[in-house]
Design a protein around this ligand. Structure first.
Ligand code: NI
Ligand code: MN
Length: 228
């Protein structure tokens, strides 16, 4: 299984005879390493309706003939935006796909799309537990620290946790350290930093604090890959 960071909250997972992209925010993202047209995937997972996560999910899924996975309300919104192949789920639910299984997890955040007529609410935001080739990857989505992470850590053997550290809209660095402890993840990869001026600019301080706390932190540069 390979995990590649594509900036912000966007990752590419290759494994289980599949290519999976999460929160593909590329076209309007100043840090994006590629254009949406360069993405070739079988699955597109979306955590919530904010533009920096929904991003280019619909055009990528349609061009690739990929399945777009989202919480029910957001999936409905994506269908209205023209998405051709949508699989909706909801928090607590699991489903088997070609690559393995997906479980939708809670996130403490909002989920709305700022349309021309105003905000279009797209239900609850989520995170994902992604099981591919005997590995479990947890993508937290955008979230604050939450007690549910303790439960996720107790009930799952998480190999790698992708955690926001940017502050302001999500957990900051200090709460992300608590999250890492709650989740008991074997490895932590920070995300959701540096993209906008309001976010924590880089992952250096988080990485050194995490290391000092005995957490196996593995910051990925943009387009860098972790092989597990
Ligand atoms: Ni958000
Ligand atoms: Mn965000």
């Amino acid at each position: 299984m390979q995990l590649t960071y594509l900036s912000h909250a966007c990752f590419l997972i290759e494994g289980g005879r599949s290519r999976i992209i999460i929160d593909p925010f590329l076209k309007d993202n100043p840090s994006a390493p590629m254009a949406p047209d360069e993405v070739e995937v079988d699955y597109v997972l979306v955590t919530h309706g904010h533009p920096d996560h929904l991003g280019d999910a619909v055009p990528i899924a349609n061009r690739c003939g990929a399945t777009l996975v989202a919480p029910f309300e957001l999936g409905f919104f994506c269908e209205r935006q023209g998405a051709e192949n949508v699989h909706t789920m909801h928090i607590g639910g699991s489903h088997a796909f070609r690559f393995g299984t997906l479980k939708m997890t809670p996130a403490f955040h909002g989920s709305g799309y700022p349309g021309e007529q105003g905000m279009i609410y797209t239900g609850n935001p989520c995170g994902y537990l992604i099981r591919v080739e005997d590995k479990t990857i947890y993508h937290a989505g955008d979230t604050g620290l939450m007690a549910e992470m303790k439960l996720l850590g107790e009930l799952n053997r998480i190999d790698v946790a992708l955690l926001p550290i940017g502050d302001n809209y999500t957990m900051g660095e200090e709460d992300a350290l608590h999250a890492a402890r709650f989740l008991k993840a074997r490895k932590v990869v920070p995300m959701h930093f540096g993209t906008f001026p309001v976010l924590t600019p880089d992952a250096e301080e988080f990485a050194s604090n995490a290391e000092a706390a005995g957490i196996d932190v593995h910051p990925l540069g943009i387009r860098e890959t972790l092989v597990m």
